[in-house]
Unconditional design. Structure first.
Length: 382
């Protein structure tokens, strides 16, 4: 009745799809499937589900009553139904919530006290899960993800969920500053920091047989000149690059309303073309492709490893409070300094909102900016 299929994701991770197919006399053909990150979880789900169907044959008729559904089970069902419509970040957050105590609560019985306990727990960190304390803005995002699951259950599964009580609880948590909206971040790398990072990554790349397979000295500058997010970089297909019109299509661009199917094309400016050219050098391609990812990608690399490589480099160089995403802000700032208008910046960054770009066009031009010719000379000298 049950079968398990291993599937390799674009980032190299292995997922296991558990499927149940039943043909029983007097009932219509029935099939159901879910995806898990481990084979053991997939096996456990099949065994559990087969027992439920055996005890309640009405499930085969589509008359299953969702009673005593925990938040953990609701997240599984939610991801199975609509998870493909959302990006990696939301899926990861929901899978993390499944590991936390709040996920053991019946969703029809989740009250304000459960939300308050969850926020307090996350504020203090969870050592046994190796989870550090999180910011109030991250707390708010987690609660919004939980609410999304509960709202779906209320509407699509016709469950009696107290969304009004949930909203009152989050409003009070916001009022007492336990959760909050994200603050605008203004951190940009200095010239000295960019030089230090470029030299560090180039030296690691040039270490003969012990060299890195991640050409981060090129990746970081491609990220700056393309204004692309970390996850978008490793989804850029060479087939979607149009050098004649200087454009590149990005698939499933991050969007509050869902990233699935949100494809947009960004303008490839000249400094960005310099980095593309170098990333396409045969020796660079050959070394990256040894990792085993899709050869049709400009960067056949693990997106999670990009951030990890960057964080480790900052730590080794003593660079504080600099994130990979700040490179996107650096790129937008450079465009503004070059007198690009908001619509012109949007053609590169693909920001949906003009308001989100206003802070870039109002800045004063910085002095002594590291230009692409200096970057290339620095890389060659290293």
């Amino acid at each position: 009745m049950g079968s398990i299929t291993a599937r390799k994701g674009a980032d190299g991770s292995i997922n296991f799809r558990a499927a149940i197919r039943i043909k029983r006399k007097g009932f219509p053909a029935y099939s159901e499937s879910r995806t898990f990150h481990s084979k053991k979880l997939a096996v456990n789900w099949i065994n559990k589900r087969e027992v439920e169907i055996q005890e309640n044959p009405d499930i085969l008729l589509g008359k299953e009553k969702l009673i005593d559904l925990t938040l953990s089970d609701a997240i599984d069902k939610y991801l199975d139904e609509v998870g493909s419509e959302y990006g990696r970040t939301k899926r990861y957050s929901l899978l993390l919530i499944k590991k936390l105590p709040i996920s053991r609560n019946i969703i029809t019985k989740i009250k304000s006290v459960h939300l308050a306990e969850h926020v307090a727990l996350r504020k203090g960190g969870i050592p046994n899960l190796d989870l550090e304390p999180i910011a109030t803005s991250t707390q708010q995002h987690e609660l919004l993800h939980i609410r999304g699951v509960l709202a779906h259950a209320a509407v699509m599964w016709e469950m009696d969920i107290d969304l009004n009580g949930f909203d009152k609880a989050t409003a009070q948590l916001r009022k007492t500053r336990q959760i909050s909206s994200s603050q605008k971040r203004d951190r940009l790398p200095s010239r000295a920091e960019l030089i230090a990072l470029t030299k560090h990554f180039a030296e690691r790349w040039n270490l003969n047989k012990y060299g890195s397979k991640y050409p981060m000295h090129l990746v970081m500058w491609f990220a700056i000149f393309s204004c692309r997010r970390e996850a978008e970089l490793t989804r850029l297909s060479l087939r979607d690059y149009d050098p004649h019109h200087s454009t590149w299509k990005v698939h499933d661009l991050k969007n509050p309303n869902g990233s699935k199917g949100n494809h947009k094309t960004f303008e490839v400016i000249d400094p960005c073309k310099e980095m593309i050219q170098r990333l396409m050098y045969p020796d660079v391609r050959e070394r990256m492709l040894k990792l085993g990812y899709d050869e049709n990608l400009l960067l056949p690399l693990n997106p999670k490893s990009l951030g990890k490589e960057f964080r480790e480099a900052c730590r080794m160089l003593g660079i504080d409070d600099l994130r990979f995403h700040d490179l996107r802000h650096e790129g937008c700032t450079r465009l503004a300094e070059e007198s690009f208008t908001i619509p012109e910046i949007q053609k590169v960054s693909l920001h949906d909102s003009w308001s989100s770009l206003q802070r870039y066009v109002s800045i004063k031009a910085r002095r002594n900016i590291l230009q692409v010719k200096e970057v290339l000379r620095l890389i060659d000298e290293t």
